[in-house]
Write a protein that binds this ligand. Structure first.
Ligand code: NAP
Ligand code: MG
Length: 453
């Protein structure tokens, strides 16, 4: 290991542990190991690959408490969230463990013989993960990639490597062969960039900022390398006058302040129909003040600290005289910020337009359905969003009108591992999760067999 990295507990600012980071040479060696392991992993019988993925899922479930505690100490996630995240990894592994035995091609009628398609694995897949949801985002890449017969090199974010390192160990304990799934802690500019430039890495799965994602896409073009991008968001939570306004207001804090707002799906713009704006704000204020920002180890915690001092400083820049009200936060050490509600006066406001990635939300009124759709779409992002209405026709019209990848009606949920997840416009490229994710880790081969004598 060429360098080390000090992992800081964001709730206490104390040194948690120090880990080694890979340099370029070690990264190349790992990629070479992954390429060699691919030649045997792809040949493992589908049923055996399925069993190994299920064994991996079981290991993760057995270690859910331990994994959750790792995430709490490294990332400041609340206990409830961290357990959900560990369970999500197990669920995603179980879901894609069904894929190896169902990786069907097609038989296509043609003259003069028989024609069929095969879904071939790609080779080594590089997964680059951000710091906001270290476990789930990693598994959305590695589980379908492994299921399709690829080997995986995974680079966790520098700030949050610990749960990924543990998942790498659990994979080995579960019987996944050596070098099939390797976790490579290190810098984005070293390890992550090498996934882009190394010819043996056949696909890059990147989740993170739009800016870095664009660079990855540019870099991948050199080798026509496959790429999936999950980038930023500035999602709208649209509340119509005919909705259950109290319910919408009660759940709006969770839709944006969950994970301290460090969520690409955060509903960080709330649009409320003018006639119920004051009613919404009154109920929303009550809910924000009741949102519990406290020691993330507590089962009652709704929100923990931000990930780092740097993130705290960057989020703080958006907060000024535009504050309508705030929630609370603990005193003392840690990167704590109170949930903050802004009421910008117009759509040019920086806070209204930029992905803040912290516990800051902007609320604005709208006039009618067309105005709501126009305001929701007035952004280069398009990741998720919510619509609150009791009118089914309106729910359908607005769902079709908003340019975004993941919408919820009368709910704020974004992620279900059974359904596709990804962004419109500059929020990303490609889809993860759901029934088709394995296709993103295979290449279609067409074979024609002549029946001529
Ligand atoms: P980031 O800088 O885009 O980093 C994401 C991942 O890419 C990290 O593992 C990072 O490694 C790696 N990376 C950085 N530069 C790279 C390069 N040149 N080549 C290959 N890999 C590279 O995102 P971040 O620093 O985690 O967060 C910054 C901002 O991105 C946030 O404030 C937020 O706006 C956005 N974000 C969005 C999402 C989302 O899910 N949509 C998630 C996280 C962040 P290092 O950790 O070593 O830099
Ligand atoms: Mg960064």
């Amino acid at each position: 290991m060429s360098a080390t990295y000090d992992v800081i507990n964001p709730a206490t600012e104390e040194l948690h542990t120090t880990i080694g980071q890979l340099d370029l040479e070690q990264t190349d060696a790992a990629i070479a190991h992954g390429a060699k392991a691919f030649t045997t992993w792809r040949e493992v019988a589908p049923g055996d690959r399925a069993k190994m993925l299920r064994a991996f899922a079981t290991k993760v479930s057995e270690h859910r408490e331990e994994l959750a505690q790792i995430e709490i100490a490294n990332s400041g996630h609340t206990l409830g969230n961290a357990l959900w995240e560990a369970d999500n990894v197990a669920n995603v592994l179980n879901y894609y463990s069904a894929a190896p035995e169902r990786l069907f091609g097609r038989q296509i009628p043609v003259p003069g013989g028989i024609d069929f398609t095969i879904k071939e694995p790609l080779g080594v897949v590089g997964v680059i993960v951000p710091w906001n949801f270290p476990m789930p985002i990693a598994s959305w890449g590695f589980a379908p990639a492994l299921a399709a017969g690829n080997t995986v090199v995974l680079k966790p974010a520098e700030l949050t490597p610990l749960s990924a390192i543990r998942l790498g160990e659990l994979a080995l304990e579960a019987g996944i062969p050596e070098h099939v799934f390797q976790v490579l802690p290190g810098r984005g500019s070293v390890v992550g960039n090498r996934f882009v430039t190394h010819p043996s890495v056949r696909k890059v799965v990147f989740t993170g900022s739009t800016e870095v994602g664009k660079g990855i896409m540019r870099g991948c073009a050199d080798q026509v390398k496959r790429v999936t991008l999950e980038l930023g968001g500035k999602s709208a939570n649209v509340i119509f006058a005919d909705a259950d306004v109290e319910k919408a207001a009660a759940s709006a804090p969770g839709a944006v302040f969950d994970n301290a707002g460090q969520d690409c799906c955060a509903r960080s713009r709330i649009l409320v129909e003018k006639s119920v704006f004051d009613k919404f704000m009154a109920h929303f204020e009550t809910a924000v003040k009741a949102f519990r920002v406290e020691d993330p180890r507590l089962a009652t915690a709704d929100m923990g600290p931000l990930i780092s001092q740097k993130q705290f400083d960057s989020v703080s820049e958006y907060v000024g005289e535009n504050v309508a009200f705030t929630g609370s936060k603990p005193d003392g050490k840690g990167y704590w910020m109170a949930p903050t509600v802004l009421t910008p006066k117009n759509t040019k406001d920086r806070a209204w337009n930029e992905e803040i990635f912290g516990p800051v939300v902007s609320v604005m009124p709208f006039d009618n359905e067309a105005d709501a759709i126009a305001k929701a779409n007035d952004t280069e992002f398009g990741l998720s969003g919510s619509i609150w209405t009791r009118d089914t026709g309106r729910a359908l019209r607005v769902s079709r009108g908003i340019e975004t990848g993941n919408l919820s009606v009368n709910s704020n949920s974004s992620v279900r591992y059974w359904t596709p997840f990804g962004g419109f416009k500059q929020s990303g490229l490609g889809r993860e999760l759901g029934p088709d994710a394995v296709d993103a880790f295979t290449e279609v081969k067409n074979v024609f067999i002549s029946s001529a004598e």
